[in-house]
Design a protein around this ligand. Sequence first.
Ligand SMILES: Nc1ncnc2c1ncn2[C@@H]1O[C@H](COP(=O)(O)OP(=O)(O)OP(=O)(O)O)[C@@H](O)[C@H]1O
Length: 230
Amino acid sequence: MINIQGLSQYYGKKIVLNDVHLGVEEKERCALVGRNGSGKSTLIHSMLGLLPVKKGSILLGGHCTRKTDKWKKEVAYLPEKFHLYPQLTANENLRFFAELQDSKPDDERVEQVLTQVRLEENRSDKIHTFSKGMLQRLGLALMLYYDAKLLILDEPTSGLDPIGRAEILSILQSLKDKTIFLSSHHMDEIQQVCTHVAYLNDGKITKYTVADFTKKMGEELAYAKNKKAI
Ligand SMILES: Nc1ncnc2c1ncn2[C@@H]1O[C@H](COP(=O)(O)OP(=O)(O)OP(=O)(O)O)[C@@H](O)[C@H]1O
């Protein structure tokens, strides 16, 4: 579903991605992990065509993002920050954005996705009354409306309280027929939702199973603590 070959990106002389290779299979759930400034946003923006690819190739759903727009039907993206309209209800927001894409919003689909993110009882509430967690779930609903096969999410639980996080994670877990690629700094949520980790370090990506990555991180943390103690 994702096939990245020899991707390099740089800003001026600063090389951020250096000959990156990554494959993510259909229905896999892969976390993108890396320290602050390691290049996660650069990678995601390259995948979405927000940043021109300087070198290498990115295929999403089998379509090369540089050669055709066909991949856009396969992909839905939830950025860390997004804008919805506070004076509109949940239902009206979804219909508004759906109208921007389709000539007529599909009301049945709107109801389906509101139910999927557990906002069906809040469908007629103006969203300025929503908590941060509810707004994030509405963002997810908007993403699900298009029924794309590949979901790309940038830190989907950022800034949420534990209950808000748990709700988002449980919804993501329930999306069994999707391929999920999400950036995250939280091992517990990666363990809960993901099968694999793409670890971005020094401009390269190494892919692990979640179990192997958990072991590796445990060893690195123990080493860092020991070093501090000495
Ligand atoms: N437009 C830009 N011009 C110059 N340098 C940039 C630009 N965007 C990002 N960088 C640099 O590239 C590196 C990677 O940035 P990027 O935002 O991709 O990292 P990140 O892993 O997403 O970081 P974070 O976890 O903090 O969000 C950083 O050193 C950053 O300062």
